[in-house]
Design a protein around this ligand. Structure first.
Ligand code: ATP
Length: 353
């Protein structure tokens, strides 16, 4: 049985629908990310879980107990915000112990737990510092320790890494996952960063305009996106307008050239696009079919990979190559052949509605 359940949750703000019919069952210890663009309703959903917003309809249950109308401080959930929200006039240790003090725990117990939490985030030496004497990354680790000190049943994180710079963000991301797994705590993580969601989560909930588009493991979301929106939002993808040539075989025409897709379900009616990830494409001819020819339009060096854009009969196709040392980076304007592996190509005729 799921530990946390959101059943038919909707939320409107004076006529604006922020979240519509959200359903999710979360298992104990699961790490779930809500992923989507700005305004898709992920923060509102998290705030309903926390008890800062009341749903317009639907129910939230934790361990089979209805929480929907319960005040935030009765929910046994810990929350971490993008802005840290630490108390500036309290030391690191006092910040971590705050929730326990409010709960009236004995002094010795508070002290023990605070030390345990500071050890967990490897900040015991900073116990007496005030927030303004700490870096952004340290402040956010402290906010995490403060949220965890009350031993919540669920940890809620609202874009906790957005205010930090790239290197610290990466370090703290790993730190969050380590701590979450160490404690085995059920976690809901809000982000608009697909890389964070892919690297951290057991499952990802992709949202758009208040509606869930797909729930799945990172692999499912990336390899089997439920629609064009998910495919485009998570990772890079080529979505090329094609004409159907032989519907039964999944053979289509890109410009004047034929290509076969391995996955195609619905070729009826609406315009079809060929979907393929840039890293699946191969440079050069491969024996058999599915080789297209074009002209190099641009070459972008991205460090670990080189992204090449090839003009195929007026359509731009992106192809990623690993940056091997001996790599022969082609020149702009040069003729170029691309192999499309059949199994990596699928046909789509629009959004999931
Ligand atoms: P972001 O990443 O920008 O925070 P989000 O996906 O978290 O976006 P929400 O903050 O949940 O999105 O907002 C969803 C929708 O609800 C938006 O259209 C937003 O303008 C609206 N909304 C959120 N809170 C309120 C509020 N208190 N009053 C009115 N409208 C709101």
């Amino acid at each position: 049985m799921a530990q946390l359940e959101l059943n038919h949750i909707s939320k409107s703000f004076s006529g604006t629908i922020a979240v519509h019919d959200f359903n999710l069952a979360v298992e104990t210890g699961e790490f779930i990310s809500f992923l989507g663009p700005s305004g898709c309703g992920k923060t509102t959903t998290l705030r309903m879980l926390a008890g800062f917003e009341i749903p317009t309809s639907g129910t939230i249950r934790l361990d089979n107990r209805d929480l929907t109308l319960l005040p935030a401080n009765k929910r046994n959930m810990g929350m971490v915000f993008q802005s840290y929200a630490l108390f500036p006039n309290m030391t690191a240790a006092q910040n971590v112990g705050y929730g326990l003090k409010v709960a009236g725990k004995p002094k010795a117990e508070i002290e023990g737990r605070v030390n345990e939490m500071l050890d967990l985030i490897q900040m015991r030496d900073f116990a007496r510092r005030y927030p303004n004497q700490l870096s952004g990354g340290q402040q956010q680790r402290l906010a995490l320790a403060r949220a965890l000190a009350i031993r919540p049943q669920v940890l809620l994180l609202d874009e906790p890494l957005s205010a930090l710079d790239a290197k610290i963000r990466l370090e703290l991301r790993q730190e969050i996952r380590r701590i979450q797994q160490h404690l085995g705590i059920t976690t809901i993580y809000v982000t608009h960063d697909q890389e964070e969601a892919l690297s951290l989560s057991d499952r990802i909930v992709v949202m758009r305009r208040g509606v869930i588009q797909q729930v799945g493991t990172p692999q499912q979301i990336y390899n089997n996106p439920a629609g064009d929106f998910v495919a485009e939002f998570v990772g890079h993808i080529n979505l090329l307008p094609v004409e159907v040539d032989q519907p039964r075989q999944g053979i289509v025409r890109l410009g004047s050239q034929l290509i076969r897709a391995g996955q195609f379900e619905h070729l009826n009616g609406r315009p079809v696009r060929l979907a393929v990830r840039p890293e699946e494409l191969k440079s050069g001819f491969v024996e058999g079919a599915n080789n297209l020819t074009g002209k190099i339009e641009s070459v972008t060096y991205l460090g670990a990979i080189v992204r090449i854009r090839v003009d195929v009969d007026g359509h731009l196709v992106s192809l990623d190559m690993f940056n091997e040392r001996a790599l022969n980076i082609p020149a702009v304007g040069q003729p170029y052949a691309i192999h499309f592996p059949v199994g990596a190509c699928w046909l789509t005729n629009g959004e999931k509605e």
